[in-house]
Design a protein around this ligand. Structure first.
Ligand SMILES: CC(C)(COP(=O)(O)OP(=O)(O)OC[C@H]1O[C@@H](n2cnc3c(N)ncnc32)[C@H](O)[C@@H]1OP(=O)(O)O)[C@@H](O)C(=O)NCCC(=O)NCCS
Length: 149
């Protein structure tokens, strides 16, 4: 999708972000969690908007020493399979390369076929499992993309 713009999340964006968060996740983040991400020095975020300003998706990630850690990637169900998540993740990976990160990592639900396909397409590999990582008991797979590989 050519006309997507990417900007950091500001406090005033949080209601729009939370609308999508609630459409996307069974155990959504609360407002306070998003607010913290707008002030954490190690947190970065991207909001993807179309040419009309409509929010299509967002991602939040942390920079922890040599690691970029992706906490959250979500696309409005009405905008899926149009390249929104790929566009945001490409931005994160390019930034990580530019900033000389060693690797980018994330957790994903074992059963999240769509997200795992996205990450594998981008070059991530499964490097481990965190048992019962999610509140409902589902395991997480830890995926990692080493920079320069
Ligand atoms: C996973 C998610 C972020 C993908 O967002 P998206 O904007 O629709 O993804 P894109 O259009 O950029 O797709 C990029 C690639 O990911 C893969 N993919 C995306 N959705 C897929 C699906 N439903 N089934 C299989 N592969 C899928 C494909 O490889 C796709 O490339 P293609 O369309 O050329 O085949 C979205 O489905 C979502 O918000 N899900 C709910 C929240 C979530 O699970 N987030 C991840 C938490 S770790």
């Amino acid at each position: 999708m050519a006309s997507i713009t990417l900007t950091p999340m500001r406090r005033r964006d949080i209601p729009e972000v939370m609308r999508i968060e609630h459409l996307c996740f069974s155990d959504p983040w609360e407002q306070a969690a998003f607010e913290r991400e707008t002030t954490n020095s190690f947190s970065r975020s991207l909001l993807a908007r179309d040419a009309t300003g409509q929010l299509l998706g967002y991602t939040i990630y942390w920079i922890a020493g040599p690691e970029y850690h992706v906490l959250n990637v979500a696309t409005d169900p009405a905008a899926r399979r149009t390249g929104v998540a790929r566009r945001m993740m490409d931005h994160v990976l390019n930034e990580a390369r530019r900033e000389h990160a060693d690797f980018v990592a994330l957790e994903v639900r074992t059963g999240n076929v769509a997200a795992k396909k996205l990450y594998v397409d981008l070059g991530f590999r499964i490097i481990g499992t965190r048992r019962h990582y999610y509140r409902d008991g589902e395991d997480a797979e830890v995926m990692q993309l080493r920079m320069g590989t």
